[in-house]
Design a protein around this ligand. Structure first.
Ligand SMILES: Cc1cc2nc3c(=O)[nH]c(=O)nc-3n(C[C@H](O)[C@H](O)[C@H](O)COP(=O)(O)OP(=O)(O)OC[C@H]3O[C@@H](n4cnc5c(N)ncnc54)[C@H](O)[C@@H]3O)c2cc1C
Length: 497
C-alpha cells in the first residue's frame, strides 16, 4: 500500500517554500511536469473554500444513517458528509478538504465491499443526490448524474426501450459499478458497463490545493476516459456525470431455476460452465449455490421464453429443477427480481475471482464441500457467465482487462441482522475464516480479481485487478492526481512514487 499522508506532503511543501509541491520519492522534474498537467482555472490559486450542498455533521440527527454503508461490517465516523446538489458543491468540498488537510473519500451508492467510500475523521463527498438523466434517443446516448443507482438507471432507460449493462442489485450506485467495470445479465449482449461509457465530467485536484472540473471523452483527456473504464473508483477524481452509448432493448425473457439440495452440483456446474459462456450472446446467466439449493438466473435479450429454455436445456436436463419464466420490459423484470435491502443480512464478505479455464471436478468438489459448511443460508457461491460481447473492447480500450474470462465467481458470506448492531458478531470470525479458506482452496483454478469486489490483503492486487494495464494507470494517475490526493487502501499510486 502506498500511503503518503497529506500532512507529510504539506510539511514537505512548507519546507520547500510556498507554492512548491514536493512528493516523497519523486524527482522535482517529475513533480513539476505532472502538476503542470492540471492547472486550476484560476492559474493555480483559489480562495478559501466553504462547504456547500447538503451537509451532515456528527451533531446532526441524520448522521448515523448517513454514515452507514450497505455493508454494516464496516463502521466509520466521518467528520462531515457533503451531499453534493451540483458539481460546484463537489469542487468546493474537494478544495475545502485540501485546504484543511482532511482525508477524503468519494461515495455514490455506498456499497463499497471494504467500506472504502467512508473514512474516520475525514470528509465524505457524496454524489448520490446528483440525479439527472438526459437521454437522446436519436444519437442513442444518455448523460446521467453520478448519483443514479442501478435501479433508477435501468428503469429510466427502459421507459424508452433502451439499456446499458448494470449489475443485478438495484441499490448499487451506477457510478461505483461502471467505474470498476460493471457486469450483469446484459454483459454478454452489450459488454461491460464501462464499455458503454463514452464520457464523464470529473472534478480533479488542481494546483494550489484547488479543484477543477474537466471532461474525459474521446477528444478530451482520452487517457483519463480509458482509466475511468475499469479503474475510476476513487482514484483520479470525483465523477459527477457519466455519458453512455445506450442500446435499444424492447423486451427480455427471464428464467429462474431451482434445484433442491446440492447433490446435482457437479453436473449442473459443469454443464453451466460449458454452456453459458459460449451460448448465444443475448443470453446472460448466473449460478447461485447455497448450502441447501442451487439457483440459476438467466436473461435472454430480445428473445422468447421458449428460446431461453431451449438455450438452457442442457442444464435443465440435469435432475429436476423447478423452472419459471417471464417475459417483459427490462425495467419491469429488473424491478421484479430486486430484494429489499432490509431483508438482506447486515454484514457481508466476498472474495472475487475470474476463471479462464473450466473448473475441473476437484474445484467443483471444493465448492460443494465449502457450501455444505456455509456459515448461514444467505452465504453463497455466485457466478456470472462472461464471453460474448465482453471479448470486444470498445474504441479507445478500457482499463478493465478480464476479456478472456469464461466466468466470474465469488464466495460470499452474509450474516447478522440489519438495524441490530452486534447481532452478527459471534459469526464474524467464522464467516471471515470460511471466506479466506474457501477462496484459498480455489486459487489453483482462478486467474485475476475484480476491483469492484476488492480482496483486502491479497498479494499483487494491482495485477490481479488490472493485469498489464497497471503501469499505464500509474502514468494516468501521475498526470491527473500527481499529489495522490485520491488515496485509500488499494488506490493507484502515481507513476513516480
Ligand atoms: C449486493 C451487491 C451486489 C453486487 N453485484 C454486482 C454485480 O452484479 N455486478 C458488478 O459488476 N458488481 C456488483 N457489485 C459490486 C459493485 O459494483 C461495487 O460494490 C461498486 O463499486 C459499488 O458502487 P457504489 O457506488 O454503490 O459504492 P460506493 O461505496 O459509493 O463506491 C464504491 C467505490 O467507488 C468509488 N466511487 C463511487 N462513486 C464515485 C464517483 N462518482 N467518482 C469516483 N469514484 C467513485 C468510491 O470511492 C469507492 O471506492 C455488487 C455489490 C454489492 C454490494
Amino acid at each position: 500500500m502506498h500511503d503518503f499522508s497529506r500532512r507529510g506532503l504539506l510539511k514537505a511543501t512548507a519546507a520547500a517554500g510556498a507554492g512548491a509541491v514536493v512528493i516523497p520519492g519523486a524527482g522535482a522534474a517529475d513533480a513539476a511536469a505532472a502538476s503542470a498537467a492540471i492547472r486550476g482555472a484560476e492559474g493555480g490559486t483559489c480562495g478559501p473554500a466553504e462547504l456547500t450542498g447538503r451537509i451532515v455533521r456528527p451533531s446532526d440527527p441524520g448522521y448515523a444513517d448517513a454514515s452507514l454503508g450497505w455493508d454494516e461490517l464496516f463502521v466509520h465516523y466521518p467528520l462531515v458528509i457533503v451531499y453534493a446538489q451540483e458539481t460546484q458543491d463537489v469542487v468546493n468540498a474537494l478544495t475545502w478538504a485540501r485546504q484543511h488537510d482532511v482525508a477524503l473519500r468519494v461515495r455514490s451508492g455506498g456499497h463499497s465491499l471494504e467500506g472504502w467510500s467512508n473514512v474516520d475523521n475525514g470528509i465524505v463527498i457524496d454524489v448520490s443526490e446528483l440525479k439527472s438523466a438526459d437521454i437522446d434517443t436519436a444519437s442513442l446516448t444518455a448523460t446521467v448524474g453520478a448519483g443514479l443507482d442501478q435501479l433508477e438507471a435501468v428503469t429510466t432507460l427502459a421507459e424508452k426501450n433502451l439499456a446499458v449493462t448494470t449489475g443485478t442489485e438495484g441499490t448499487v450506485g451506477l457510478s461505483g459499478a461502471t467505474l470498476g467495470g460493471g457486469f450483469g445479465f446484459l454483459t454478454r449482449y452489450l459488454g461491460m458497463a464501462c464499455d458503454s461509457l463514452i464520457g464523464a465530467e470529473i472534478v480533479v485536484a488542481s494546483d494550489g490545493d484547488c479543484a477543477q472540473v474537466i471532461t474525459a471523452d474521446a477528444k478530451n483527456n482520452a487517457d483519463l476516459l480509458w482509466a475511468l473504464r475499469g479503474a475510476g473508483n476513487g482514484n483520479f477524481g470525483i465523477v459527477t456525470s457519466l455519458t453512455y452509448k445506450v442500446a435499444p432493448l424492447s423486451s427480455v425473457a427471464y428464467v429462474q431455476a431451482t434445484w433442491d439440495g446440492i447433490s446435482d452440483l457437479h453436473r449442473v456446474f459443469d454443464q453451466w460452465q460449458r454452456t453459458a459462456p459460449v451460448a448465444d450472446n443475448r443470453l446472460g446467466s448466473q449460478l447461485e449455490i447455497h448450502r441447501g439449493q442451487i439457483l440459476l438466473f438467466a436473461v435472454l435479450a430480445e428473445g422468447t421464453e421458449a428460446e431461453a429454455k431451449k438455450l438452457l436445456a442442457p442444464i435443465f436436463s440435469i435432475g429436476s429443477p423447478d423452472v419459471t419464466t417471464r417475459i417483459g420490459n427490462w425495467g419491469d423484470i429488473y424491478t421484479g427480481f430486486q430484494i429489499p435491502t432490509e431483508a438482506e443480512p447486515a454484514n457481508w464478505k466476498f472474495f472475487s475471482q475470474f476463471i479462464s479455464e473450466p473448473f475441473p471436478k476437484k474445484a467443483i468438489s471444493v465448492i460443494a464441500s465449502f457450501m455444505r459448511d456455509a456459515p448461514t443460508d444467505d452465504s453463497n457461491f455466485f457466478t456470472q457467465a462472461f464471453g460474448g460481447a465482453v471479448r470486444r473492447e470498445p474504441r479507445g480500450g478500457t482499463a478493465f482487462p478480464h476479456r478472456d474470462a469464461l466466468f466470474y465467481s465469488e464466495p460470499g458470506a452474509g450474516w447478522g441482522t440489519r438495524g441490530v448492531p452486534g447481532s452478527g458478531d459471534a459469526l464474524t470470525p467464522v464467516a471471515q475464516a470460511w471466506i479466506a479458506e474457501f477462496s484459498q482452496a480455489l486459487r489453483p483454478y482462478v486467474n485475476g480479481a475484480y476491483v469492484n469486489v476488492p480482496n483486502i490483503g491479497m498479494q499483487e492486487w494491482e495485477t490481479a485487478y488490472w493485469g498489464a494495464n497497471f503501469d499505464r494507470l500509474r502514468q494516468v494517475k501521475a498526470k491527473y492526481d500527481p499529489n495522490n490526493v485520491f488515496q485509500y487502501e488499494q488506490s493507484i499510486p502515481p507513476a513516480f512514487c
